[in-house]
Design a protein around this ligand. Structure first.
Ligand SMILES: [Zn+2]
Length: 88
């Protein structure tokens, strides 16, 4: 799990995501399934009780607090959906 602070921390994972192009499946708002090397991982994007935007993924890298390409892939979908929600 990591706290989303800015785009800079995501840049490496974005490059990887663009190369790998994982499949992102919508589960519900804030919860997505992303294809990885060993099946699907679940990514949860939410605001914690302090108002921080957090992103959690079930893969090994994310367990160590790394920004993985699954999280970034889900996040791009999540941000788009969040924008739509605000404008409708
Ligand atoms: Zn991951």
């Amino acid at each position: 799990m990591f706290i989303l602070k800015g785009i800079d921390q995501l840049s490496r994972a974005i490059i990887k995501a663009k190369k790998i192009r994982p499949r992102v499946e919508f589960d519900r708002f804030g919860r997505y399934r992303v294809s990885g090397s060993k099946g699907y991982y679940t990514v949860v994007c939410r605001k914690d009780e302090r108002g921080y935007k957090t992103v959690a993924c079930t893969c090994k890298g994310a367990e160590k607090g790394l920004v993985c390409y699954h999280a970034v892939s889900a996040l791009s979908l999540h941000i788009g959906l969040a924008r739509q929600r605000q404008t409708t």
